[in-house]
Design a protein around this ligand. Sequence first.
Ligand code: GDP
Ligand code: GDP
Length: 436
Amino acid sequence: MTKPTIAIVGRANVGKSTIFNRIVGERVSIVEDTPGVTRDRIYSSGEWLTHEFNIIDTGGIELGDEPFQEQIRAQAEIAIDEADVIIFMVNGRDGITNEDDFVAKLLFKSNKPVVLGVNKIDNPEMRADIYEFYSLGFGEPFPISGSHGLGIGDLLDEAAKHFPEQHEEDYDDDVIKFSLIGRPNVGKSSLINAILGEERVIVSPVAGTTRDAIDTVYTFENQEYVMIDTAGMRKKGKVYESTERYSVLRALKAIERSNVVLVVIDAEEGIIEQDKKIAGYAHEAGKAIVIVVNKWDTVDKDSKTMKKFEDKIRQNFQFLDYAPIAFVSAKERKRLNTLFPLINMAGENHRKRVQSSTLNEVITDAVAMNPTPTHKGSRLNIFYSTQVAIEPPTFVFFVNDVEMMHFSYQRFLENRIRAAFGFEGTPLHLIARKRN
Ligand code: GDP
Ligand code: GDP
């Protein structure tokens, strides 16, 4: 399922990021914060009533020191390209400014649904201030207060009315959808071309079915794949193409639709901080991951080189200890055949289910080997465990006291589950829940 996307647009200081944080901030993540992973605060998901959606704060996309008009034009273009519904924010205390008019004209031309939010209406007496905003031409203005959290529900109700009808992705369940992510110049496009150029890879003539239409469907050894092209910035020459945060946004969207994410790093340049950040997105999204070291042709090799490189990766990407590593050269088309089995394995494990009876035996054995922690004379008791979801495999442990399920013990249980069932390539989510 592709979630609908809302983008918030408006001039500086009207309160876009305040509202963005209100909308996404209250979401409680079931995944622990991953050390070393920076969250990007311009793109996130939100929920309102029965709706799940993605939300973009376009104000967070800045273009160096471009003048206001260029900034806002780029932000509006991104919103128009990416969003199903645009929230146009203005400041109720300032009235309509020239800058608001400028934004309004850009949005007007787009034919996208626009919901007008008048912010900083902190109390009911100020509501009279919103009427002048009718003249912007976007219908009823919605009074909101980001600081006080007022009116946001009504605003989201209105936005949700314009969500496109939800449709399932048109691919069968056993198709593996994957994307390649990595910083610029690591060789993503070259890899895409090299993979599609492999012998026995049969590219389907069916064009991509998503809005972005950048999917490539192909078959290799009876397995069907969909390659989601993140590098698919088809609109060359636009001012925003060069902004790093925008490319991050595209990558995040591709990650969201993938089962397996190939995190590409450049063997020649080694691992840099940005690689970790990018890999962190895929990990946080709970996707299966294969680490691909490209440009392996540039490295002088002896019998220990690969092992040494692998050690370096393991050190730098400790949170990806489950991800297999492939060493390839897109340019020389070397070792590409090692990729497919890893993608298949990661994809299969990502949707693997284990039986509760076997799982409980494994957990019982684990507890016998390494007793549960104690606290103030009582001991963590795991009554029952069960796999509640796939993609990624998610396990719930019913316990007497959730607080006593320490991170280190949870980690131990995860390792036992991995040892017993072999979940290579996929993250696992473990959740402790109190049994009533
Ligand atoms: P952005 O530049 O549009 O993202 O605006 P910010 O979210 O950074 O907000 C700009 C300023 O307006 C900050 O000082 C906020 O604290 C303030 N602000 C945001 N929402 C409200 C509101 O509802 N009422 C009032 N009084 N101030 C607000
Ligand atoms: P992207 O920005 O990640 O899509 O990277 P590109 O595919 O555009 O590649 C960036 C540069 O790296 C180009 O000059 C490629 O020719 C080069 N390149 C890509 N793969 C390899 C490789 O396996 N070996 C070498 N030596 N160069 C490569």
